[in-house]
Design a protein around this ligand. Sequence first.
Ligand SMILES: *Cc1c(COP(=O)(O)O)cnc(C)c1O
Length: 498
Amino acid sequence: MNYTSTRDNSVKVTAAQAIAAGISPDGGLYVPESIPEYSYDELCNAAKMDYRDRAVDVLGKYLTDFTKEELQECVNGAYTGKFGSTDVAPVVDIAENRFVLELWHGPTCAFKDMALQLLPHLLTRSVKKTCEGKEIVILVATSGDTGKAALEGFKDVPGTKIIVFYPVEGVSSIQKMQMVTQEGENVGVCAIKGNFDDAQTGVKKIFTNPEIASVLAEHNMAFSSANSINWGRLAPQIVYYISAYADLMNKGVIKNKGDKINVVVPTGNFGNILAAYYAKKMGLPINKLICASNANNVLTDFIRTGVYDRNRNFYTTMSPTMDILKSSNLERLIYDLSGCDSARVKGWMESLAATGRYEVDDDVKAKINELFWAGCCDDAATQATVKNVFVSQNYLSDTHTAVALNVYEQYAEKFGSEIPTVIASTASPYKFAPAVLGAVAPEKVTEDEFEMLENLNRVSGVETPAPLATLKGKAVRFDRVCTSDTMRETVLDMLGID
Ligand SMILES: *Cc1c(COP(=O)(O)O)cnc(C)c1O
């Protein structure tokens, strides 16, 4: 299977090349030339496997230049002994036809671990296949969770260095503590003045700057990306939707061939829900892909109208990893829905860069309408949902998951809830303890986030994940702050290049 660029169909690279490079030199994203099929028989087989074998099975369809043994090594390295649940991504039945897919049992307690535990293994093997000998420099812009998950995934991986930029505005103090205390010899962390979009734009600029690339090349280094634009991030996410369906077959919820599910995803950069779209396109029987946003509802409007317009207020919310106005992975969706028309996609992306807005054509709008439904909710509704679901279903959800739960109820009110629905749960409630505690026991909210972890444990009885419980006593290693103008110097300095 080869990969091409969303902005230039003449590009043709292998999976290893796509993963090693991260982003196409034309600024487009790498996409598979065709979406492989996953048959009903394969689903029935997957139902008998554990998560790791399911992952090898699904990834093998996309990463055809990796041997099965290589994929097994990668998958074992990622998912063996690193996850708090032996199921890796368990499906929890919380109410009638409502199933929560818990994606946060990894080392950083958020769903980014699902991909970022695997990516370093895929990446180092990809580099061996494509540009032997070069040291890979991973640059990450994070809205909070990606940074820590990438740091954990890459720490002390030979042949790699990782530098993470997080926005001063918008990460929680626990997220910040997780990053600035990161251990490992090959890691660097820096705060950037501004919001996530500023950080992401800055990182993209450094990536695509040929002058910086040649400075790195002189030092036998090359950039790569661990952001969700890297195909090596996206492919592992397809696995868990197929895995969830297989689990529902095993639970007897799915009885007949072709029985459908809905999938609800709390969405920011559009990576997670895009993976569900690919799973559907492979043949997984998904009825609707339900896109849930917080007050930054640029995607809700896009899915409803076909107009993407980021000229709007930016809100800092209690689901901060979804505080995004530029959803990079959407480019892959509109590429696919436009019939792989890279010229049209390039035009839309140019319009987005120039005016902050683009409008897709009617053929694309019609397909979006058929496949997706979108909704959003604000912080008050998010907290009310955390509380409701805790009180009525005895299930403690984090704020991002609550956005999805809320939007699903909006959907169910309109279209009914007969179809079993998988709601992606993207973070442990403990990762966003202040807002969750504020919902279920506001009188227990204090100034100290670590005290709130303890209070949440007392109120809910849900076990505190070990990686968060042990965070408190750790030493701060990184206190650097830069601006988008000084990112270049910061990167070179952290790499020891002057
Ligand atoms: C990153 C993240 C999201 C958004 O996922 P995308 O793939 O960017 O759409 C949602 N919830 C949590 C907790 C996250 O960390």
